[in-house]
Design a protein around this ligand. Sequence first.
Ligand code: 13P
Length: 251
Amino acid sequence: MRKKIVAGNWKMNKSWPEAKALAEGFTGRKDDIPVGVHVIIAPPSLYVQGLQHILPSSIAVATQNCSQHDSGAYTGEISAGMLHAMDVKYCIIGHSERRQYYGETNAIIREKVDACLRNNVAPIFCCGELLSERNAGEHFDTVSTQVKQALFHLTADQMAQVVIAYEPVWAIGTGVTASNEQAEEMHAFIRGVMAEYYTSAVADEISILYGGSVNAANAADLLACPNVDGGLVGGASLKVDDFMTIIQAAQ
Ligand code: 13P
C-alpha cells in the first residue's frame, strides 16, 4: 500500500517567532492528524532543529534542497549526510523554483537524488511542465523526460524510497490549480511510465503527490483522485487551519 503524504513547503517564509508559533499550532492539533496520513513540514533549513523540538514525532521535518556533494568547499551548501545526522527524513529535490532561479538541470537533480539516497534521506522529487509546454501539448514529454533523466538509473529498491511530486509550474502560487482530471491524467501517466520501466508492483508502491495551489477548499476533490496520493502544499501550509483541513482531506 502506498503512503498518503501531505507535505508543507514553507519556502523562504516566516520570521523565527512566526515559525515557532506555526509549529506550535500544528502541535496543538496533532491529534487531528488521521491515522495513515504522513505529514511532512519543510521549513527554511536554519529552522529545522528548532522546530524539531516543537513538532510532535508524528510530523517529519524535511528541507527544501541539499547539495549533490557529500562535503568540501561548497560555500553555503548543506549535504544530505548533514541532513541525516540531524534526523531530517526527507528533502525536496528539483523544485521548479530551484530549476528556474538556480539553474538546476535534470543532471544536477539526478545527482541530488543520489546524494539523498546514499545518506538515507528520502527525496521528494519534483517534476512539472511550464504553461507554454502544456499549451504546446508537450507536457507529457517534459514530465517523462524529467522523471527518466533524474530517476531511471535507480534500482527498484532505491525507487521505492522516492516520493514524486507533480507540480505544474503554471499552478504554483498562482491560485490556478490543475483540474482533478488534469492531475489524475498526469499522475496516471507518471505511474504508467514507472510501470513500463520498472514493474507495475514498483509503480503501485510510489506515492505521487500533487502540488500547485492546493488549498482547504480544493484538497478533498484533488486528493480523492485514485492516482493522487497526497499533496505538496506551499501557501496553504503556512496556516494551521488550512493545512490541517488538507491533511484531513488526504485520509
Ligand atoms: P503553492 O501551494 O503556494 O501553489 O505552492 C506549491 C509549491 O510550490 C509546493 O512546493
